[in-house]
Design a protein around this ligand. Structure first.
Ligand SMILES: Cc1ncc(COP(=O)(O)O)c(C=O)c1O
Length: 309
């Protein structure tokens, strides 16, 4: 790494600049109303190859464009533009450690909450150790938050926009206040939805269960990866509505996401869950996930993009 985080380089409006120089008008709709959509893209440093691999770029950019469309943001960038900017931002910092790259489209200018543009982009690589604490734990003590997850008929969790994270924040702050690492949301029907920045899975009788994509969850890329890994390992996956009390008595549970990877849940509302152990399904899924993300699995090699020449 060439620069510390305060002095790192970011891609901003078509140029590589020092993060301190990347300024946004205080009255821009992104600053006033949270009018932005973004991705957190995991990138893995492979020390032996001296190479950085971005994981599932194509899928992250597909979701970014869907989020922009749903927010009716006037985005002029293509997937190729997104990729070029990400590569330039990482190379500019000469990073050689695991990263989460924040790639954000935002409404700039002097409009209001109904404005479609002008849409600008920022790409900011964040060393993994500098992301939120709950993303860097080896096991999690969770609670069910008293706040319900937003839903498609009010404000869709399918859109990965900054404003959605106010709902995440309410749950996360409640969890931290009460001494937990993070929380799990129920949806408006009282069924299990997801974490504030991750998706939920549980294991019962050797089968993996997760809520459906229509039950107030983000269309998570890690969730999709986990399902594919489980299927490859011959572990049945069931996407269905999950009750709160099922979680208290499950065999294993974990949260997953680009920042969190696959992190076992140790307890929920103080009910102990047996997820952490070398023979657990959670551990097997995590090991397989890392192999893919580091470009070691030929079947999924197309999912990784090398950053350095
Ligand atoms: C609310 C929410 N759910 C799930 C996820 C996991 O999504 P992904 O696996 O695409 O990172 C995230 C992370 O971005 C999130 O913020």
């Amino acid at each position: 790494m060439k620069y510390d985080v305060e002095n790192r380089r970011v891609w901003y409006k078509g140029e590589i600049v020092e993060v301190k120089e990347a300024k946004v008008n205080i009255l821009a709709p992104t600053a006033q109303f949270g009018l932005n959509v973004f991705e957190g893209i995991p990138c893995y440093w492979e020390e032996n190859e001296k190479q950085m691999y971005a994981f599932r770029l194509e899928d992250h950019y597909g979701r970014l464009l869907r989020s922009a469309k749903l927010m009716q943001m006037d985005c002029r960038y293509t997937k190729d533009n997104f990729k070029e900017a990400l590569i330039a931002a990482i190379r500019a910092n000469e990073y050689c450690e695991n990263l989460s790259v924040r790639q954000t489209l935002f409404v700039d200018g002097s409009g209001s909450w109904g404005s479609e543009g002008p849409v600008e982009m920022i790409v900011a690589p964040i060393p993994r150790k500098k992301t939120s604490a709950e993303y860097n734990k080896s096991g999690l003590h969770c609670c069910f938050t008293s706040w319900r997850r937003i839903s498609d008929d009010t404000f869709s969790p399918r859109i990965k926009c900054g404003a959605n994270y106010i709902n995440s924040r309410m749950g996360q702050r409640e969890a931290l206040r009460n001494g937990y690492d993070t929380c799990i949301f129920l949806n408006k029907d009282g069924k299990v939805a997801e974490g504030p920045g991750s998706c939920f899975f549980m294991v019962r009788n050797g089968m993996v269960h997760t809520p459906q994509l229509t039950e107030s969850v983000l269309e998570s890329i890690t969730r999709d990866t986990v399902i594919k890994i489980a299927e490859d390992l011959g572990i049945p996956v069931i996407e269905r509505a999950i009750d709160r009390t099922e979680v208290y008595t499950c065999d294993e549970a974990f949260l997953c996401g680009s920042a969190m990877e696959i992190t076992p849940i140790l307890s929920i509302d103080k009910y102990i869950i047996g997820g952490k152990g070398t023979n657990s399904i959670t551990e097997k899924l995590h090991t397989a996930y890392l192999a893919m993300a580091y470009g070691k699995v030929s079947k999924y090699r197309h999912w990784v993009t090398p950053i350095y020449e």
